[in-house]
Ligand binder design. Structure first.
Ligand code: FES
Length: 107
C-alpha cells in the first residue's frame, strides 16, 4: 500500500493508503475525502477531482495529456501543480505523496 496525505484547504489532513495502480481520485473516494466529488466518475468530464500535487512528487508524474490540460484550465484556482486526480495513478514512486484540495472545492 502507498501512503497518501490529502490536505483540505482549511488545513485538515487525512492520512490514508491506496493500492498501486489506483487513481488518486479512487483513493479519495474510498476514504470519503471532502472536496474530491469526482462527479463524472473519472471520465474527464467534470474537473471536480482537481487537486494540487506537492512539488516533491509533481515533477515525477507522467506529462499531462491534452484532454486533461483543457479540463484543468476550466477549473477554478488553477496552479502550476494542478492535476485531475482521476488521471493520476499511484505508482510506488508516489509513496508519501501530499495532495492538496483547492479552496474552490470545499464548502
Ligand atoms: Fe471527472 Fe476527474 S472525476 S474529470
Amino acid at each position: 500500500m502507498i501512503k497518501v496525505t490529502f490536505i483540505e484547504s482549511n488545513g485538515t489532513e487525512h492520512a490514508v493508503e491506496g493500492a498501486s495502480g489506483q487513481s488518486l481520485m479512487q483513493v479519495a473516494a474510498d476514504n470519503l475525502i471532502p472536496g474530491v466529488t469526482a462527479e463524472c466518475g473519472g471520465f474527464l468530464n467534470c474537473a471536480t477531482c482537481h487537486v494540487y500535487i506537492d512539488e516533491a512528487w509533481f515533477s515525477g508524474l507522467p506529462a499531462v495529456e491534452e484532454e486533461e490540460q483543457e479540463l484543468i484550465e476550466s477549473a477554478f484556482h488553477v496552479q502550476a501543480n494542478s492535476r485531475l486526480s482521476c488521471q493520476v495513478e499511484l505508482p510506488p514512486e508516489l509513496e508519501g505523496v501530499v495532495v492538496r484540495i483547492p479552496a474552490s472545492q470545499t464548502s
